[in-house]
Design a protein around this ligand. Structure first.
Ligand code: A5P
Length: 233
């Protein structure tokens, strides 16, 4: 039963991702997101490139860069292309109405946010289980911190009402992001004002970035039983 459920979710993720990849046209600079849903988009772009599409990709993680290289997608950096036409990425939660996001459960939130900020359009691809009325209802907020003195940042996060948990790897060691930072997963429960919380997180010393993506989303492609629907501002 569990396997069948996973298969169904994968089918939905793929449908959302492929519908976004179909929008990409020749010559575009494309931000390549991270996570299992974004990986379906990268796969679809690889297929379109074999059929003649020409794009330049800006990856949001080492893992996505490796996938893109294997698919022979031409890659570049923000040094060379500071402006990105479209980024296709996944999300952990999407708030209806605002289209604000929680991202970072895959650990790539810092590069994802940098690429999103540099993008003319951020297209989010999700299955319907990611849509929520209020951010924080189901998922914690990942907060990326400098390893030095991370416990101090954890105390400040507790003062804000979170219960920070240091993310660990398979052997129990602290998980390290591509930037060499730690991640504190912070359960806040339903967040009354994501803007206010984002501002508070921005002011904690030692916090590099957090997974609240506010006002960045241009479009969300949501796959459900009835097909892929598009949410816009
Ligand atoms: C990666 O750091 C994340 O922001 C992902 O985009 C997010 O966790 C969604 O991942 P899935 O598509 O695997 O659910």
């Amino acid at each position: 039963m569990l396997i069948r459920l996973t298969d169904e979710l994968d089918r939905l993720k793929q449908a959302a991702a492929e519908s976004a990849a179909a929008q990409i046209t020749n010559g575009m600079i494309v931000g390549l997101g991270s996570g299992s849903t974004a990986a379906f988009a990268v796969q679809a772009l690889g297929r379109r490139i074999r059929e003649g599409l020409r794009i330049t990709g800006i990856p949001t993680s080492e893992r996505t860069a490796a996938q893109a290289r294997a698919l022979e997608i031409q890659l570049s950096t923000l040094d060379e292309h500071f402006k990105i036409d479209v980024t296709i990425d996944g999300a952990d939660e999407v708030e209806t109405g605002t289209l604000n996001l929680i991202k970072g459960h895959g650990g790539a939130l810092l590069r994802e946010k940098i690429v999103a900020e540099a993008s003319e359009r951020l297209v989010i691809v999700v299955d319907h289980t990611k849509i929520v009325d209020h951010l924080g209802m189901r998922e914690s907020v990942p907060v990326e911190v400098i390893p030095f003195g991370w416990q101090g940042a954890a105390h400040r996060l507790k003062d804000l009402g979170a219960n920070p948990t240091l993310r660990t790897g398979p052997g129990g060691e602290p998980f390290k992001s591509d930037g060499g930072h730690y991640i504190l997963d912070c359960g806040f429960g339903p967040i009354a004002s994501a803007e206010t919380l984002a501002d508070e997180l921005d002011h904690i010393v030692g916090v590099v970035e957090h997974g609240l993506f506010i006002g960045l989303t241009a479009e969300v492609r949501v796959a459900g039983g009835g097909g892929v629907s598009v949410l816009g501002p």
